[in-house]
Design a protein around this ligand. Structure first.
Ligand code: MCA
Ligand code: AMP
Length: 465
């Protein structure tokens, strides 16, 4: 089956039921179906056909969902683009994905106007489940990001697993505040919503100042967050936390490690044990704590149905196989070959397994930094810094941070006079905000080993000497 046929469980079968709350209005599933059909006609009129890429560079809003559904219905490949990206990052995606259309906020009104006169219905395509549905860019270790090709089957295997394992039904009320351009919100959030037929309230973004009020107003039973979101929710007043917890069925965390003390403080305050799970853009969800059994602090749980997991004995790296695993990187046969060994996907995550089958992650083989749930490859920032004339050498490392999990710090060996505030301003202009080093430390030289490789673990010491 393709995703349209699966989404029809809600878009067609529950057409009169409320499906989405957005911007103070409620939309039925039938209205969402008609909106996306009209947008699909408008996109087709602009030349978008099966297999073409549709880039969408928008903050969370109902039109994001309309465009995603329209792409699925036309058999086009949906390419969500991080709204925090700046021109440098965007131009890479534009060149690599070669989209037929690139939708931004500025171009949206014209597209909506073109959709207004279009029919509410759209014929279905004979599309197989192994057709590509989305191209999702992940920060590459080489500095430029690679597009992971995710098929209709990848998304449906993931959504069926999660709705089943987490017991999501049309009785749920789902609050979604994560950015739709990542698979956490798109692959888990939007898909579980449409498969289960529950009522979803979509927020433009998570704002910790107003979060408790939104929970109290919407009264959700289901919520997905990254650890930073749960750290922020710990600021909620106790009586409000109790009230929120009393209505809630399930809080899920993922995208970065959830510190055990956060899980425990949250349980104290909200009366719920957060369910932690583990996923990747390339594989969607792999391992999850059980809904019914023990949700262990610090562990990501057990492999989801259909997912096979193995730990490489020599490196400790977690390897995966399953219907959720992507087919490869867009136009990157070399990178795709390197990502697999004997048909197993190499996650890059180091893991151990307990005697009773629970997995625990112990960091990454690469020096990936995860800040607020956003991934940062130090190499990309280092390359940018080294392009600056006053920088001779640069190394970026993650430093522990109570709220964001980690924050990027830059160590620089300057060439002549180096004004860090000027450098920071240049970073802000060219890079997504979460990638901007939170501190710049000047050092004479970077510590290197005999092979010339920077010894990042010695950097803090180098800056003090
Ligand atoms: C953050 N910022 C944003 C957004 N989120 N700007 C616009 N739209 C957004 N959606 C920027 C802010 O402008 C600010 O920039 C900085 O990020 C921190 O924002 P702040 O208000 O202080 O928020 P916070 O309380 O620290 O919370 C941040 C957040 C955000 C809401 C938790 O980091 C977030 O939404 N993270 C989720 C990312 C995610 O979904 N990752 C999944 C990828 P400045 O600092 O310049 O002022 S991993 C994945 O998909 C895999 C498969 C998986 O396993 O799930
Ligand atoms: P991304 O490339 O954005 O899809 O991020 C995937 C990476 O996020 C994984 O390889 C892990 O390193 C990390 N990740 C996701 N979920 C968890 C989790 N529950 N605990 C620790 N790390 C996680």
């Amino acid at each position: 089956m393709n995703l349209r046929q699966i989404f029809d469980l809600s878009l067609v079968k529950r057409r009169d039921q409320p499906g989405l709350e957005w911007g103070g209005s409620v939309y039925t599933f039938g209205e969402l179906d008609a909106r996306s059909n009209r947008i699909a006609h408008a996109l087709r009129a602009r030349g978008l056909t099966q297999g073409d890429r549709l880039c969408v560079y928008l903050a969370n809003r109902i039109e994001f969902i309309d465009l995603f559904l329209a792409a699925i219905k036309l058999g086009a490949i949906f390419v969500p683009v991080n709204i925090l990206y700046r021109e440098r990052e965007l131009s890479h995606i534009r060149a690599d994905a070669e989209p037929k259309l690139f939708v931004t906020e500025a171009e949206l009104p014209a597209l909506i106007a073109e959709a207004e006169s279009q029919p509410d219905t759209l014929e279905s395509l004979p599309l197989e489940g192994d057709a590509p549905a989305a191209l999702v860019y992940t920060s590459g270790t080489t500095g430029t990001s690679k597009g992971a090709i995710l098929t209709h089957n990848n998304f449906s295997a993931n959504a069926m697993n999660l709705t089943g394992c987490w017991q999501i039904t049309d009785r749920d009320r789902f609050l979604l505040a994560l950015p739709l351009f990542h698979v956490h919100a798109l692959g888990n959030g939007v898909h579980c919503w449409l498969v289960s037929g529950c009522r979803m309230r979509l927020l433009e973004r998570f704002e910790h100042q107003t979060a408790a009020a939104v929970f109290l107003d919407f009264k959700p039973t289901l919520f997905f967050g990254v650890p930073t979101v749960y750290v922020r929710l710990l600021e909620t007043a106790l009586d409000a936390a109790r009230e929120i917890g009393a209505r809630m069925r399930l809080f899920v965390s993922g995208s970065a490690p959830l510190p055990a003390h956060v899980l425990e403080e949250f349980r104290e305050k909200f009366g719920h044990t957060i369910l932690e799970r583990y996923g990747m853009t390339e594989t969607l969800m792999n391992i999850s704590n059980p809904y019914a059994g023990a949700r262990r602090p610090g562990s990501v749980g057990m492999p989801l149905p259909g997912v096979s997991v193995r730990i490489d004995e020599s490196t400790g790296e977690l390897l995966l196989k399953g219907p959720n695993v992507f087919t490869g990187y867009w136009k990157r046969e070399d990178a795709t070959r390197e990502a697999f060994v004997d048909g197993w996907f190499k996650t890059g995550d180091i893991a151990t397994r307990s005697a009773d089958g629970y997995y625990t992650l112990h960091g990454r083989r690469s020096d990936l930094i995860i800040s607020g749930g956003f991934n940062i490859y130090p190499r990309e920032i280092e390359e940018f810094l080294m392009e600056q004339p006053e920088v001779a050498e640069a190394a970026v490392v993650g430093e522990p941070d109570r709220v964001r999990g980690e924050i990027p710090i830059a160590y620089l060996a300057p060439r002549g006079i180096c004004d860090c505030s000027v450098l920071e301003a240049r970073c802000r202009e060219k890079l997504a905000s979460f990638k901007i080093p939170r501190r710049f430390e000047l050092v004479e030289t970077l510590p290197r080993n005999a092979l010339g490789k920077v010894q990042k673990h010695l950097l803090a010491r180098a800056s003090q000497s």
